[in-house]
Design a binder for this molecule. Structure first.
Ligand code: GLA
Length: 675
């Protein structure tokens, strides 16, 4: 709802508009540049900018002394130009004075190194000094700007957990003990959950427990998992405290920018939990330049964000107009690529598309990062594309508030299952939740099937097919939910290395895949992961990679066996009817052709309806509202595409009376009215 409200606030007459703009860091420039900034923003159709994200040191140059004059001027300029502001509370980058005054506020790594300042996010989430200073700054900013007419939303912090967590310092250690006491109640319960009888790790009191610091051998995996959960919660407490101050003084929506699938066990943030605290769910997304089909990962991330937003419109807070600065090789985007990227996000539910950043920096580590206004200024192809993008978003602004047409397929993604799979000492380092999820998501994408991303405990009965890729960790609630789904007619596909442990990382005993074995009707005895480049032939569905197993079926029917190698004769793909539904097991990582063949079998009878014209290169997604829908056709390939459709193409204004041609690299958005 807040997103709908925000989009109305972006225009002077209140008509909904797609948010368009970026991070605006005027403090990096002489004030004489600001008027030009604002004039060029108008030229590009910018309607929303994020201001002040990294301004703490300038807003509070010494403790308790505030200087808001420059920010007053910037907001005034923006307001006079009708550009709305997503105002930051500036808590993301503590200034040097804070690190000097409170050296214990600096974070400590797993191996005990206290990090320095001089970059950003140099604080420990449990530091009372950091928290007090961030709260004081937030209060000042809210008091001063809550009723400023330019401000329409609040940007708390920035990309929580990107650079500073988990923190392994003494203060964090004590906070971890408190967190554990609240979770478990007694030290005996911790010992039981952590399996401390192993390797003589039994604890006599909470005071003996430390963060899972670097040790001679692998550290207790349940301790590591709980520490990840704790670390996410500590930062969430920081967010909550700052958001509460803002909400106390303002009714504008509050957000913080997420980072898609970046938050693994090394940077643990549980976005499912965090999203419940957001008025608007927002995300930052950057393509990996070395990934030739990065748009597939973009599509999957956008679908994840829609899941986090509960299906509601969400906000793309940052993406890049072209190259970034932080990859090994930072390549510029090809002509048209930026438009395709932005349109993918909008097609998948974003009602705002902003960039990092407005004007390319002259100094600092991000000086080679692209921006809306490049170093070369307005006589550049990039600037012309930015202006064109602003026009294109204006042309399709009627999609605002609509929802992605409800998908019939869901893919399960649980934070704990991903973190659990990333724990040490597993059968294979190649078992990767994100990679396997992408294989299934991309296979569906190539047939024009949009999938939702949901949790194992979510209500999934409305989906015709539910895919469960590498669900290493599953709770009893998750198993019960998915079992009930099959019993009542659903089609479930579960992959290898699923159902292995419970929430404490204790094995579900019996045959593999543990908690799923009975539902799937299979009984696997031993894992036989494949070597890095190895593949194993199957009797059907092509080849398997990554994983294979020895075992048999109990109640399932075998659809394919391993045709050769050490696991020859063991079931690779199985099917079991249960209740009025069906449960499939896929014990290996299928290649694309095999996956599509299986999906065709599972999706028969109308369970999965593909979009004619879609392919690995041609993405087709639709949003709808009432009797109207908008079909986005995004051609990532080098050949023109033809799609059968009737409606009005909004970017060109042309009527399409049966066949739409989308040139290589181009995008079309067709309004279709049900007649
Ligand atoms: C993140 C940050 C931005 C900027 C970009 C660069 O998304 O939020 O401040 O550093 O990365 O890609």
């Amino acid at each position: 709802m807040s997103m709908d409200r925000l989009s109305r606030l972006l225009s002077d007459d209140g008509t909904p508009r797609i948010g368009f703009g970026g991070d605006y860091n005027p403090e990096q420039w002489d004030p004489s540049v600001w008027a030009e900034d604002v004039a060029l923003m108008k030229e590009a159709g910018v309607n929303l900018v994020s201001v002040g994200i990294f301004s703490w040191a300038l807003l509070e140059p010494t403790e308790g002394v505030y200087e808001f004059g420059w920010l007053d001027d910037v907001l005034e300029l923006l307001h006079n130009a009708g550009i709305r502001v997503d105002l930051a509370n500036a808590s993301a980058s503590p200034p040097p004075w804070l690190s000097h005054a409170y050296p214990e506020s600096l974070p400590v790594t797993r191996s005990g190194v206290r990090l320095g300042y001089g970059s950003r996010q140099a604080f420990c989430a449990s530091s009372a000094d950091y928290r007090r200073a961030a709260a004081a700054l937030t209060r000042k900013i809210v008091d001063r700007y809550a009723s400023h007419p330019a401000v329409v939303m609040w940007h708390v912090h920035n990309e929580y957990g990107c650079h500073n967590q988990p923190c392994y310092c003494e203060v964090s250690g004590r906070a971890f003990q408190v967190w554990l006491a609240a979770k478990y109640g007694t030290i005996d319960a911790v010992n039981a959950a952590w399996g401390t009888a192993f390797w003589s790790q039994h604890y006599s009191s909470f005071r003996e427990i430390t963060p899972p610091r670097q040790s001679g051998a692998s550290v207790n995996t349940c301790q590591v998992l709980d520490f990840a959960r704790f670390s996410s919660d500590e930062l969430l407490d920081c967010f909550r405290a700052e958001a509460a101050i803002i909400r106390d003084g303002s009714s504008h929506p509050v957000t913080t920018n997420f980072m898609g699938f970046s938050m693994g066990l090394d940077k643990p943030i549980d976005y499912w939990k965090w999203s419940e605290e957001m008025d608007i769910v927002s995300n930052d997304h950057y393509l990996i330049a070395a990934d030739p089909r990065g748009y597939q990962e973009l599509a999957m991330t956008a679908d994840f964000l829609r899941g986090l937003a509960g299906g509601e419109p969400w906000m793309l807070m940052e993406h890049s107009t072209s190259a970034v600065n932080w990859q090994p090789r930072n390549r510029a985007k090809a002509p048209g690529e930026m438009l395709r990227n932005t349109m993918q996000h909008v097609a998948r539910g974003a009602d705002a598309a902003l960039f990092f950043q407005w004007r390319a920096s002259v100094a600092g580590t991000e000086k080679f990062h692209s921006a809306m206004l490049p170093h070369g200024g307005v006589s550049t192809a990039r600037w012309r594309e930015v202006v064109e993008l602003g026009r294109s978003l204006q042309a399709i602004s009627e999609v605002v508030g609509s929802r992605v047409t409800p998908p019939s397929v869901a893919i399960i993604h649980d934070t704990d299952a991903r973190w659990g799979n990333e724990l040490s000492d597993h059968p294979s380092v190649d078992v990767d939740v994100i990679a396997e999820t992408r294989r299934w998501h991309s296979a569906l994408l190539s047939t024009g099937v949009t999938s939702d991303i949901r949790r194992s405990i979510d209500e999934v009965s409305r989906y015709d097919v539910v895919i469960v890729p590498v669900q290493y960790l599953i709770t009893q609630d998750g198993i019960d939910n998915l079992t009930g789904y099959v019993e009542q007619g659903g089609a479930l596909i579960v992959t290898y290395f699923s159902g292995i442990v419970d929430e404490d990382d204790h094995l579900h005993l019996g045959s593999y895949p543990g908690a799923f074995a009975e539902l799937l009707g299979v009984s696997m005895e031993e894992f036989f992961p494949l070597l890095a480049e190895e593949q194993v032939e199957l009797t059907r569905f092509g080849f398997g990679r990554v994983f294979s197993e020895y075992g048999t079926v109990t109640t399932a029917e075998v659809l394919a066996e391993y045709a050769g190698g050490a696991t020859a004769g063991s079931p690779a793909v199985t099917r079991r009817s249960f209740g009025t539904g069906v449960a499939y097991y896929v014990g290996t990582s299928l290649d694309r052709a095999g996956m599509l063949e299986l999906l065709e079998q599972v999706g028969g009878g109308g369970r999965i309806v593909s979009a004619p014209g879609a392919s690995d290169d041609v993405e087709i997604v639709s949003r709808s509202a009432g009797d109207r829908s908008w079909v986005f056709v995004i051609n990532h390939g080098t050949q023109a595409a033809e799609v059968a459709i009737v409606g009005v193409e909004l970017l060109s204004g042309r009527t399409v009376d049966g066949s739409l041609r989308v040139e290589a690299g181009q995008v079309a958005v067709v309004r279709v009215d049900a007649s």
